[in-house]
Design a protein around this ligand. Structure first.
Ligand code: FAD
Length: 235
């Protein structure tokens, strides 16, 4: 079953990412932070369905999505052409990536729009978590850092939240290179930390390999890869 959602607001948050606030009147969304909806788009008479992850918490009639535009992308281009007041078809939320244990220390590791489930899980962790949260986010340069201000505010307002941005194509006074390279140094002890990983497949695979080399058991690593094709694991 789909819902008809109204686009209540749109904000350009980086050069290629827009944030959409969708409202379904007389409805309350019930989901686990980290899960995604499906947007239904009509394209040349065919229905195209694509998953997008809510960055907000459940319990309201709203969903906040951050969607990156791909020049040839069907659903992302459709969404970037929407205006306030437009209606779109969306599904209830679903998916495997969600906060497993709010009492464990956590590390959220993402690149690009892989940040969206991490934002929702961080918000839940800040409400319910009892340990330390390390938030690692990688982008090519400063202007593409999604939700930088929000994350800076989380860090400033919560002594157990530590945010680590890493830029791969710009020199600055912060971390540089691929974000996963900073995991071993930044975490004083990897014991008992839960790792949530989402982004380009190369990053997801490399992060899992790196964690495995550091002795982190697979059952403490939760991941999703969604850019390009399936994540192919090296045997
Ligand atoms: C569980 C899940 C959650 C997701 N959540 C989000 C989210 O919160 N925000 C978000 O922006 N996206 C998210 N995505 C990705 C999203 O579902 C679409 O894959 C993406 O928006 C592209 O869809 P499209 O219809 O615009 O492009 P398509 O019409 O499918 O593709 C057209 C062309 O665009 C290019 N292209 C499309 N997608 C990619 C890509 N991901 N990487 C590189 N090139 C690409 C390719 O050249 C492709 O041939 C999620 C994916 C999954 C699986």
């Amino acid at each position: 079953m789909t819902h008809t959602a109204t686009v209540a607001s749109i904000r350009q948050i980086t050069p290629d990412v827009k944030q959409f606030r969708l409202v379904v009147p007389d409805h309350e969304f019930d989901f686990e932070p980290g899960q995604h909806t499906q947007i239904h788009v009509r394209n040349d008479g065919e229905e195209v369905v694509r998953p997008y992850t809510a960055t907000n918490l459940p319990g309201t009639n709203q969903l906040t999505l951050a969607i990156k535009r791909y020049p040839d992308g069907t659903a992302s281009t459709y969404m970037h052409e929407r205006e306030r007041g437009d209606e779109i078809e969306i599904e209830e939320l679903d998916g495997n990536l969600s906060l497993r244990d709010a009492d464990a220390d956590v590390a959220f590791v993402s690149t690009g729009t892989g940040i969206t489930p991490m934002m929702a899980m961080l918000k839940r962790y800040v409400e319910e978590g009892t340990g330390e949260a390390h938030f690692f986010f990688g982008e090519k340069d400063r202007e593409h850092l999604i939700y930088r201000e929000t994350l800076d505010q989380f860090e400033a307002g919560h002594e157990d939240v530590h945010v680590h941005f890493s830029l791969s194509r710009e020199d600055w006074d912060g971390l540089t290179g691929h974000v996963q390279e900073h995991l071993p140094d930044a975490l004083e002890t990897l014991d008992d930390t839960h790792f949530y990983v989402c982004g380009v497949p190369e990053m997801v695979v490399e992060t899992k390999e790196l964690l495995s080399d550091e002795g982190v058991p697979d059952d403490r690593v939760f991941s999703e890869g969604w850019e390009d094709d399936e994540v192919v694991e090296e045997s």
